[in-house]
Design a protein around this ligand. Structure first.
Ligand code: ZN
Length: 238
């Protein structure tokens, strides 16, 4: 996904900003159209540049350079960084139960880890990224929000929103859990990574139904809703 700054810029809307990483996390360069672009996505326009090129081409979700960005307050960045460290350790040490959990939704644990480490995590409550550009205008209309920050403001129970394209948006307060909020919600990072891999069609309900059918104690109609996915990740991959 394009960087935050890039998403706000008229430049990007005009198709002249290609979201090129320049070292610091949200710079957006105006660049001339490449003479020999490798077109990997058309909506929005995105050309493959070194290093990394554009992600999310298959989904038509446009693109950002590969390479993880974590954007938010220092506290948020610290929590996400810590959560990624824990999640990486859990996934690297996955036992049979943990591997089976991902296999049961058609994924390999190594691919989950690799995707998580290529996904950017952004504070959704402050993100001015345009939902119409991240997904499409019909989607923005359907959720009744123009920006990601509005989506989070309108949906108090929303912990994360992870449209295809390489960026997952998180509610910073939900990165902590457990007693006195001391725990780190690493499982939420894995959960949002699953959405990057499965897309909107295979959404929370699909995941929950799939797991329920395979004998997991998950009920798509439970009031805990999609948090059950995070719970089962924590349980099986601990
Ligand atoms: Zn979910």
């Amino acid at each position: 996904m394009v960087s935050e700054l890039c998403a706000r810029e008229d430049l990007f809307k005009s198709g002249r900003c290609y979201g090129v990483l320049t070292g610091s996390h949200d710079e957006c360069l105006e660049m001339p159209e490449p003479t020999d672009p490798v077109r990997v996505s058309t909506d929005p326009a995105c050309w493959e540049f070194a290093p990394g090129g554009c992600g999310g081409g298959e989904d038509g979700g446009g693109g950002a350079p590969q390479g993880q960005q974590i954007i938010g307050s220092p506290g948020f960045v610290g929590k996400v960084t810590k959560g990624l460290g824990i999640a990486n350790r859990k996934l690297a040490n996955a036992d049979a139960d943990c591997r089976q959990l991902f296999a049961d939704i058609g994924l390999a644990v190594e691919d989950v880890a690799a995707t998580m480490n290529a996904t950017s995590f952004v504070d959704g409550t402050t993100s001015q990224a345009q939902i119409g550009m991240l997904v499409n205008q019909q989607y923005a209309n359907a959720v009744g929000a123009a920006t990601v920050a509005q989506l989070f403001a309108n949906s108090p129970g929303l912990s994360g929103w992870s449209p295809p394209g390489g960026t997952a948006y998180l509610r910073p307060s939900d990165m902590s859990n457990g007693l006195f909020g001391l725990g780190t919600n690493w499982q939420l990072l894995v959960h949002e990574t699953l959405h990057q891999m499965l897309g909107f069609q295979r959404d929370d309900n699909w995941i929950m139904t799939e797991l329920q059918n395979k004998g997991y104690r998950i009920n798509p109609n439970s009031p805990r809703k999609s948090r059950q996915i995070s719970d089962v990740i924590k349980k099986k991959c601990n």
